[in-house]
Design a protein around this ligand. Structure first.
Ligand code: ADP
Ligand code: MG
Length: 295
């Protein structure tokens, strides 16, 4: 099912325009919403999840008018907020059984089957007897997915789920999400470019409440092919380089020199070497161009 957002706008009481006349179409599969802190990711997700109102605009999911018919959307929605509350000292299994009861699954054996299923999908079956309160960050995030799966959702919204996870936990989490996302629409927000690269078939770059680019990870990198250049410089030369060239990023080498990456249609100077583009390059180009528009 397709999600269509049209001319959505939201200004908070303090005057911050968090969503700025945003239009976006999202199809089935894993959709990555990539943007820095303050871009408007959480605002957009809370609005789609019907937890917050918009000033104007419409959101349509399949035949549901989301902002008009909140209950219809909630029935098919799974939402994992950016920060999750405190968990009681109950085991994952007992807690999921309780949530399933709340959702109206009356039969005990039906609940047991459902709970086992979501525990297995999220790789928590072996630790099902342990208290969720004692889970690691990554296990808690996977528990969040297990919980939203009880709904059998058609639309899943997860807001910055990998923030703060160590690399192993992050991998496990992305694997779970990858499996879950095969037959519904998943909107996944992050400020980590690699999350989108590894997980999503479609993506948008969000900043200042506006979509800067709606693309795919491979299309995005293809679009700057032949335009990314690198050079090794002394750390003291960085400022001068930034004044002269469109420097996207700089990384320290072990000998304290810097590797800079520059965006340019043609070779900036003879001591620059062409490199294969990365999704990070595209992200930095989009954000820098946006800064210049605003300046
Ligand atoms: P992100 O999730 O991408 O970090 P947010 O949607 O949380 O972005 O925030 C977008 C902008 O709106 C930021 O400038 C933030 O400070 C502001 N903002 C978010 N929530 C509120 C709120 N409840 N009241 C006022 N301003 C808010
Ligand atoms: Mg956020």
């Amino acid at each position: 099912m397709k999600l269509t957002i049209t001319n959505l706008t939201k200004t908070y009481d303090n005057g911050v325009k968090a969503i700025d006349n945003l239009s976006l179409e999202i199809g089935t599969g894993m959709f990555g919403l990539l943007g820095p802190n303050g871009a408007g990711k959480s605002t957009l997700m809370r609005t789609i999840a019907t937890l917050q109102s918009a000033d104007s605009g419409t959101i349509q999911f399949g035949d549901i008018n989301v902002l008009e018919d909140k209950m219809a959307l909630r029935k098919i929605l799974g939402y994992l907020p950016q920060s999750f509350g405190v968990y009681p000292k109950m085991s994952a299994e007992a807690l999921l059984d309780y949530f399933a009861t709340l959702k109206g699954v009356r039969s005990k054996s039906e609940r047991a089957t459902l709970v086992r299923e979501v525990l297995e999908i999220t790789n928590l079956y072996d630790v099902r007897k342990k208290a969720v309160a004692g889970y690691s960050g990554g296990m808690k995030q996977r528990f969040g997915i297990a919980q939203l799966l009880l709904n059998n959702p058609k639309l899943i919204i997860v807001d910055e789920p990998t923030a703060g996870l160590d690399p192993a936990e992050r991998n496990r989490f992305l694997n779970v999400l990858r499996e879950v996302g095969t037959n519904c629409t998943v909107i996944f927000s992050t400020h980590i470019v690699d999350d989108v690269k590894e997980l999503c078939n479609e993506m948008a770059i969000l900043n200042g409440g506006r979509i800067l680019q709606h693309t795919t990870p491979s299309e995005a990198t293809e679009s700057v092919k032949g335009k990314i250049w690198t050079k090794i410089i002394e750390r003291d030369d960085l400022e001068a380089m930034e004044a002269t060239y469109n420097v996207l990023s700089s990384n320290y080498n072990q000998d304290n020199t810097l590797n800079i990456r520059v965006y340019s249609e043609a070779q900036p100077a003879s001591d620059f070497r062409a490199v294969a583009p990365q999704l990070d390059d595209v992200y930095f180009i989009a954000l820098k161009a946006d800064l210049e528009v605003l300046a």
